[in-house]
Design a protein around this ligand. Structure first.
Ligand SMILES: Cc1cc2nc3c(=O)[nH]c(=O)nc-3n(C[C@H](O)[C@H](O)[C@H](O)COP(=O)(O)O)c2cc1C
Length: 464
């Protein structure tokens, strides 16, 4: 698979969260400016000028919880904490950019479908169709459940809820307003055509609704749909609904995850190539290889093993600091109801010890091993991973400065010189930009497309 058709240019997204990330302790790092709007405006403009495809904001309501509280080390060390609300920042970024895609996470465990549908439909308008929704069931579940005063929903049940959530959201985006439903004829006094605007009904296993999305459809109708969370039910959710997936793993696990998502997509009647698989990639790049390795050493030196344990607790709910460092995770650990990706990752025949897991988390956290070297070297390494995995591009981690400056200044020119990325793309919707199918709307075989009444009736004119 992957050999047929033309080689597509790599898709390049940039990873952020509206809070502290990575090596914030380095003096040149700017992540502590996360509550200063100018920090984000500058970053968005730079990304747009560099020709990258989109800027992504991860989000969740969680923070590390171990036992019954927040470990002091998480507060002191700024581990998965603090963070602001990215949906409050995105409109400002839309105002200073014209081509850059803007993607954010909204959790299906926390947010209700009409809220997601309304926010995303509004953002689709004000970004001119450049918005994407990253569908997650949510990291930091144990903390998030406490914050909302709710019992923690079991892991697999969260994914069942997610599927029902997306199904209802799709009905709201696709089913309420036909094309031409918005009339705005002042002379005739008609705002909307009652024959083309309606309430949808949904009676799913977890959500019941009869209602109208009060926002008329934006350029994409449904925002471009992303997904993150690579546990088995996570991959299944991606295969059913996602148009792009974020993955963080290394070869060969990454190759297997991508093949599994594409196989499942085919089972759902979708074109397996229509899902863009994006690898969360760390590029430690400098003018020389030696400088890059020195940079890497400085970055890793900012994270203690205690920070790593707090970060691991955030993603999995497991406290490695109280486990036997010389043994692998025990089977009971695998039953965690918090995130699964970073538990499953460390099980199996060659399972590392708890100490090795901590060291791995100290170095790379949830990401795979970084690409390190000068521009030519990191692109060689990235190319090898793309070839080994059949992936479509990268979600680039911020560098030691908390920005993407080194990637933009050193790696982007190298990618362009090798013809690996598209150049000088005009303004278009995010879906058109990433999928290249020439339409801003969901593909006809996407489950959401079936909810468009005008499309359904247009398919069978004989019955009109
Ligand atoms: C690149 C990338 C971005 C992610 N972004 C988010 C995010 O914004 N919010 C979130 O809760 N989880 C995010 N996740 C997923 C979490 O790491 C976690 O796996 C997931 O929320 C729990 O699902 P799981 O049980 O399938 O692992 C992201 C994962 C990756 C690889």
């Amino acid at each position: 698979m992957g050999s047929e058709g033309m080689k597509q240019p790599w898709k390049i997204g940039m990873f952020q969260c509206a809070g502290l990330m990575g090596a914030w302790k380095l003096p040149e790092n700017t992540a502590t400016d996360f509550l200063d709007l100018n920090h984000w405006l500058t970053m968005a403009r730079r990304c747009e000028d560099a020709g990258v495809d989109f800027l992504f904001f991860a989000d969740d309501y969680g923070y590390p919880v171990v036992g019954d509280g927040i470990p002091a080390t998480a507060l002191r060390g700024g581990v998965q904490f603090p963070k602001a609300d990215p949906t409050m920042i995105l409109p400002a970024l839309a105002a200073v950019t014209e081509r850059l895609g803007l993607v954010t996470t909204l959790s299906t465990t926390v947010e209700k479908p009409p809220m997601v549908a309304r926010k995303m439909a509004t953002l689709d308008h004000i970004t001119n169709g450049r918005i994407g929704w990253n569908i997650v069931t949510g990291a930091g579940q144990n903390a998030s459940a406490r914050l909302f005063g709710l019992p923690m929903t079991e892991h697999d049940l969260r994914y069942e809820i997610a599927a029902d959530h997306v199904d209802l959201s799709l009905k709201l985006w696709e089913g309420c307003w036909d094309e031409g439903g918005l009339v705005i004829d002042r002379e005739a006094g008609i705002f909307a055509d009652p024959d083309k605007v309606r309430e949808i009904e949904h009676h799913g296993p977890h959500f019941d609704a009869k209602g109208l999305l009060p926002v008329p459809p934006g350029p994409q109708r449904t925002p471009m749909l992303f997904q993150a969370g690579a546990s088995v039910p996570g991959r299944d959710l991606a295969a059913k609904y996602a148009e792009a997936v974020f993955l963080a793993a290394e070869v060969p696990a990454l190759t297997a995850q991508i093949a599994d998502i594409r196989r499942r997509a085919e089972e759902y009647g979708r074109d397996p190539r229509s899902i863009k698989c994006l690898i969360a990639g760390t590029f430690v790049v400098a003018e020389t290889e030696a400088d890059a390795h020195a940079l890497r050493a400085r970055q890793t030196g900012t994270r203690s093993l205690e920070d790593a344990a707090a970060s691991y607790a955030f993603f999995t709910g497991l406290d490695l600091s109280v486990m036997d460092p010389d043994k692998p995770l025990d089977v009971e650990a695998a039953l965690t109801q918090t995130g699964r990706t970073n538990v499953e990752r460390f099980l199996g025949p060659d399972a590392p010890t708890v100490r090795e897991i901590l060291e791995e988390f100290q170095r790379n956290s949830v990401m795979g091993a970084p690409f390190i070297g000068d521009a030519g070297q990191v692109v060689d390494q990235a190319q090898a991973v793309i070839e080994a995995t059949d992936a479509d591009g990268f979600l680039v981690q911020p560098d030691h400065t908390g920005t993407f400056d080194s990637f933009i200044d050193l790696v982007m020119p190298e990618l362009r010189a090798r013809g690996l990325v598209a150049t000088d793309l005009p303004a278009m919707t995010l879906r058109e930009r990433l999928l290249g199918t020439g339409t801003p709307h969901l593909a006809p075989e996407h489950p959401g497309a079936a909810y468009r009444r005008d499309v359904a009736s247009a398919k069978s004119p004989a019955t009109a």
